[in-house]
Design a protein around this ligand. Structure first.
Ligand code: T1G
Length: 699
């Protein structure tokens, strides 16, 4: 049963009991209404307490019911809240831990509210591309005032309950009492007290919204939100709904809120945000690794290599309070690495992101060493040494000798075969890839590369640890480039072919940045260093002689134009200025290369640029799914949303393909396959199959 009903000397207690967070699914909603009716009809009951079992009062509407008929089935949340608000007997909401979204809206329908301190109070709907759809935009301003309410609704940010107990403006606070002790007992006592009082009991909806200049403030809110809301319609709609209630009263405001909700829930932006919300959680679930797989304790971590990657990796663990032994081969490299870590923290202190005393505490968690023996007690050792198999072999053979039994041995490799690395040890079951993205202490994405012998508890341990170090971990099988880099390879290939065929770097970058990417391929390459791609291509030419590439990027590198670090790459740069200025010299080089290769240049439109770049990702992603390298399309989307600057409001390459329709994606790919360089377009069978069934990657 999703709701429990108990009575205690004249007080009925309705307890939401729908783990994990008392999502307000249909059964829960029906249970609350049934409980309310039961209490109304019981003459012995003088008051009602509404509370939540387990880890939350309520996390809001049951998002697993979104876009399903159940979400709109009576009793809807609006009906539940009306039932509570119109109850002849006073209702006391007793809140602990979490009251979010519909959960907070439900509490706002009660006549009184008590809260334990430390509870997260929020209307986070805007983060899902919608707005509070059960009266939140109308009741919250009446409960805590226009400014505080607008801020919570438009940002979706949680506020701790103790901050809402009393409010500076005219209205009393959201909570009638903050309860340090036993919330249940306090709620029963409070309920008995109000149950003995003559009604009617206070309704939030009857409070006035007092503000000296509501119209002015709302306009100010609109102006400040405009930038933040650039690609997202929901924040501005939140303001519209609050304004409707201020201007036209509660009932009209409620009706308008409903209209806005129904409109927003259908938008592609909301679908993308919900997809990302679920994708983030789904990524930590590995199909063949049971959720209750025992995990190994990770109390101490070893990091080998104190370079850019090693230092960033070490910071992730010490940020989570896990001590790190940092190993280098030479003292000056070790000193340099420590200095870089300290510099990063000092920058955070300067930005106010870190307290000065916390800096020293974090640095104290690092034990620098030049000796492998100091790693012998580590529970996890992550190597971030030079990306060359021979070097990895030395490291893993040495680790096999000194690491304690059961230690997890992880490689940060971005391109090498984790199975071959595991084979350098006698414990391949303990070897896994942990591919961090640079800068490792900033980028959320972590590709967890599963070798064919990697043990399930190793995977479960690393996925849990990833959550602790605030990474979005996605499991990848072993292939060249895993998920992200394997797909970006085809994206870059198309970008280069389009230069041969008629486009120029600035045009390609502008088109894909207009689509929403943080940075186009050429600005990105100039930032990362064109020589990195050059080295990878040289290896590819050896390994995949049959795969044709444009050689324009090699020609650029042969002139030493590695990007920002050499003052020039695809673009020109001025000293101390990171602005990418189109380079006449490079553009001429591109035109000359087309001539040399006999390709007649043509005008390439932005739409073709975006299709060829994004569908190159989609096509390779489809192959990755078919090969089982990724277990679900949302994993691929999470890789692109958290590691490659794919626009969040489009939900990732695979969701974007679903939005376009795989029927149209297939037609476009077949069209490009018939053009020059069409050899690069080998349509993934999965796209044609799904298109024929009228389906998408995400159902
Ligand atoms: N419904 C159903 N399941 C939910 C859920 C929800 N609202 N929120 C979380 N879960 C699941 C989640 O998928 C995961 O499942 C587990 O709970 C633990 O979550 C009309 C329409 C509540 C702060 O946006 O912010 O109300 O992986 O890992 O870190 O206006 O979850 O274990 O199977 O995040 O302790 C608005 C979203 C809905 C709240 C808990 N509510 N949730 O954080 O655990 S829209 C939200 C959160 C709405 C009304 C509208 C967090 C949390 P599993 P978790 P956590």
């Amino acid at each position: 049963m999703a709701v429990d009903y108990t009575t205690h000397d004249g007080v009925a207690v309705i307890t939401l009991n729908n783990p994990p967070v008392n999502g307000l699914g249909l059964a829960t909603r029906a249970g609350i209404v049934a409980g309310m009716e039961r209490a109304q009809n019981d003459p012995a009951i003088t008051a009602i307490v509404l509370t939540g079992a387990g880890k939350a009062f309520s996390g809001g509407a049951d998002i697993t019911e979104f876009n399903s008929p159940k979400a709109m089935q009576e009793p809807t949340l609006a009906t539940v809240i009306k039932t509570v608000e119109n109850s002849a007997k006073p209702v006391v909401a007793a809140i602990h831990s979490v009251a979010m979204g519909g959960g907070l809206e439900l509490a706002l329908g009660a006549h009184y509210r008590l809260a334990a301190p430390g509870a997260q109070i929020a209307l986070p709907e805007v983060k899902l591309g919608i707005l509070p759809g059960a009266g939140g935009t109308q009741r919250l301003p009446r409960a805590i005032g226009l400014e505080a309410a607008l801020n919570m609704i438009v940002t979706g940010a949680p506020v701790l309950s103790e901050k809402l107990a009393h409010h500076g403006l005219a209205q009393s606070g959201l909570f009638d009492e903050l309860v340090e002790g036993d919330l249940g007992q306090a709620a029963l006592a409070f309920a008995r007290k109000v149950g003995a009082q003559q009604g009617p009991h206070p309704k939030v909806r009857e409070r006035k919204i007092e503000h000296p200049n509501a119209e002015g403030f709302i306009q100010f809110a609109r102006n400040s939100v405009a930038g933040l809301a650039k690609n997202f319609p929901a924040p501005l709609k939140c303001i519209d709904a609050v304004e409707a209630g201020v201007k036209n009263g509660f009932d009209k405001g409620l009706a308008f809120e409903r209209e806005c909700f129904v409109a927003l829930v259908q938008t592609p932006e909301s679908r993308a945000l919900r997809h990302a919300f679920f994708g983030e959680r789904a990524a930590s679930k590995i199909p063949d690794v049971p959720a209750d797989t025992p995990v190994r304790e990770i109390a101490r971590v070893g990091v080998i290599g104190a370079g850019t990657m090693g230092g960033g990796i070490a910071m992730n663990f010490i940020n989570a309070g896990i001590p790190v032994t940092l190993l280098e081969t030479k003292q000056e490299a070790l000193d340099r690495g420590l200095a870089t870590i300290r510099k990063n923290y000092e920058a955070n202190v300067k930005k106010g992101k870190l307290k000065p005393e916390a800096l020293e505490a974090r640095m104290a968690l690092i034990t620098p060493t030049l000796s492998y023996d100091d790693l012998k007690n580590a529970d996890l050792i992550v190597e971030a040494v030079f990306e060359e198999l021979g070097v990895k072999e030395q490291v893993f053979r040495r680790l096999d000798e000194i690491a304690r039994p059961g230690a997890i041995l992880a490689s940060n490799t971005s391109t090498l075969d984790v199975n071959r690395i595991a084979a350098f040890t006698k414990r391949p079951q303990d070897v896994v890839g942990m591919h961090f993205f640079s800068p490792a202490n900033v980028m959320k994405l972590l590709e967890v590369v599963r070798g064919k012998e990697t043990a399930k508890d190793v995977l479960a341990t690393v996925m849990k640890l990833a959550k602790k170090i605030k990474k979005t971990a996605v499991v990848s099988g072993v292939c060249d480039g895993f998920i992200g880099n394997r797909m970006i390879e085809q994206y870059i290939r198309q970008a280069l072919f389009m230069l041969d065929e008629g486009a120029l770097p600035a045009q390609v970058d502008r088109a894909i940045e207009k689509f929403g990417f943080a940075m186009g391929p050429f600005r990105m390459s100039d930032l990362a260093g064109n020589d990195i791609g050059w080295a990878i291509r040289k290896r590819r030419y050896q390994e995949y002689p049959e795969m044709q590439y444009s050689k324009i990027a090699d020609r650029l590198c042969e002139t030493g134009r590695f990007g920002q670090k050499t003052g020039g790459g695809w673009y020109d740069y001025k000293a101390g200025d990171r602005t990418a200025y189109p380079s006449k010299r490079v553009d001429e080089m591109i035109v000359a290369y087309s001539k040399d290769t006999g390709i007649a240049r043509r005008k390439i439109g932005d739409e073709e640029i975006v299709e060829r770049l994004v569908f190159a990702l989609v096509n390779e992603g489809a192959k990755i799914l078919e090969e089982g390298i990724a277990s679900k399309a949302s994993d691929i989307d999470m890789v692109y949303l958290t590691g490659y600057g794919f626009p969040l409001y489009r939900g990732g390459p695979m969701l974007y393909a679903d939005t376009v329709g795989l029927y149209n994606v297939e037609r476009a790919i077949r069209r490009y396959a018939a053009q020059p360089n069409g050899h690069a377009w080998q349509l993934a069978p999965g796209i044609a199959e799904l298109a024929a069934q009228g389906r998408g990657f995400n159902g």
